[in-house]
Write a protein that binds this ligand. Structure first.
Ligand SMILES: Cc1cc2nc3c(=O)[nH]c(=O)nc-3n(C[C@H](O)[C@H](O)[C@H](O)COP(=O)(O)O)c2cc1C
Length: 199
């Protein structure tokens, strides 16, 4: 058995990306220019999603000016598109500027229902949302953004037919694990709170 308790040492890793799902944020600037950027610092509490953003990117600028977004959640099959987007910025004054991020990544814009930024059609989960709060973190290096989810779109292929549940056996996030991309492995078990247990 692999016993994780017996041998540790102190390390200074460059980053602490211990495995969080990647999301693609679509935002729009006051002139109607659409932006799309990958983010792995995202977690959900009920209908709130908290995001960690670099303050200098176009996504932060767009949210400060117009607090609407879609949190698009890709599956593992989209890792190359995500990686391609990560090397670009929507800032016209910066190197690696790309105006048409959707076209650059080969992704399809799909109109949203409640917010101006479009959804990413290829993402099985799409959360239309409003940024309720943007503030600097305690170090002043990052922005912490609280977004409230207004509407959830889920692909038929990952839902339990006839219900509002996502089928965990059908869905896998794209996980950013110390700068490498992974999908989920086989199921280990389920929580007592699961609404979709299998017999
Ligand atoms: C997998 C992945 C995860 C990322 N996670 C974050 C993140 O959590 N926060 C952040 O600010 N940037 C993150 N980035 C970097 C941004 O995507 C990158 O800075 C991008 O240029 C921002 O684009 P924008 O200036 O158009 O907003 C990530 C990039 C990749 C590829």
């Amino acid at each position: 058995m692999n016993d994780d308790r017996t041998s540790h040492r102190v390390v200074e890793p460059h980053i602490l990306y211990f495995g969080t799902p990647v999301v693609l944020l679509s935002t729009i600037d006051p002139d109607g220019e659409v932006n799309l950027a990958p983010i792995s610092s995202a977690w959900a509490l009920d209908r709130t999603v908290v995001l960690g953003l670099g303050p200098d990117g176009q996504t932060s600028r767009n949210l400060a000016a117009r607090p609407e977004l879609v949190v698009n959640v890709p599956g593992p099959g989209l890792w190359r598109q995500v990686e391609r987007l990560g090397a670009t910025t929507g800032r016209a004054d910066a190197p690696h500027f790309v105006r048409d991020k959707f076209g650059h990544a080969g992704l399809t814009a799909q109109p949203s229902e409640l917010v101006a930024p479009p959804r990413v059609a290829e993402c099985p989960l799409q959360l239309e949302a409003r940024a309720a709060d943007l503030r600097a973190d305690a170090t002043g290096e990052f922005l912490v953004v609280e977004v409230h989810v207004l509407r959830v779109h889920a692909a038929d292929s990952i839902t339990v037919p006839g219900t509002d549940y996502v089928e965990p056996a059908a869905w896998s996030p794209l996980v950013y694990n110390f700068r490498h991309y992974f999908g989920l492995g086989a199921e280990l078990g389920h929580s007592a709170r699961s609404r979709t247990p299998r017999a």
